[in-house]
Design a protein around this ligand. Structure first.
Ligand SMILES: [Mg+2]
Length: 192
């Protein structure tokens, strides 16, 4: 179970994820969580840093899809349409159906898909279930639902453990690795 929770990679924020490295790993599709990953909790637009990163990903040829448990389908649709990316709402993560639908929207296989989110028990568990590459980010802000704040109490020791593993990368079971672009800026290289 613990292996299903553990992300492959850790990043401070979605916009710190190195697109070039993802492409080099064979990733072509990116599933993104909405609340506290690319937007503030209940926010109806991506934060500017996330928007720039998403546009850079599109420019490189990645396909992207939002997958959110948020109850407002209208809000999710607005964000997705604004960014011109796919969306799967009322996702019931960690159940894997929504991740499968997102891969169908993007036309990618599990081996060519990564999922980025701020929650271990929904975003990481569901995506690991299907064998996707998983990237756990820090929540954009501490503002979130009371339910999520409770879940964070369970998440915190796991995050701490993975961070300390990162500092000792020689462990045989392979710790999650921190993956960030050097300058934290989206990379502007030609579409592959
Ligand atoms: Mg979230």
């Amino acid at each position: 179970m613990r292996a299903r929770l553990r992300p492959a990679l850790l990043a401070e924020a979605v916009w710190k994820v190195d697109l070039q490295a993802l492409w080099a790993r064979g990733i072509r599709g990116i599933i993104l969580d909405l609340d506290n990953t690319i937007a503030h909790w209940r926010g109806d637009e991506a934060v500017p840093e996330a928007r720039v990163w998403i546009e850079a990903a599109q420019g490189r040829g990645f396909r992207l899809c939002l997958v959110s448990n948020a109850s407002s389908a209208r809000r999710l649709r607005r964000v997705a349409e604004d960014l011109e990316i796919g969306q799967v709402g009322i996702a019931a993560k960690p159940f894997p159906a929504a991740f499968r639908r997102a891969m169908a929207v993007m036309g990618t296989t599990p081996a060519a898909t990564c999922a980025i989110g701020d929650q271990v028990f929904t975003d990481m568990l569901g995506a690991n279930w299907l064998g996707l590459t998983t990237i756990l980010v820090e929540p954009i802000s501490p503002r979130e639902s009371p339910h999520t704040r409770l879940v964070r109490l369970l998440e915190r020791p796991l995050r701490r453990r993975w961070c300390s593993w990162m500092a000792r990368e020689s462990r045989p079971e392979g710790p999650p690795r921190r993956m960030e672009s050097a300058a934290g800026d989206p990379q502007k290289t030609p579409r592959a």
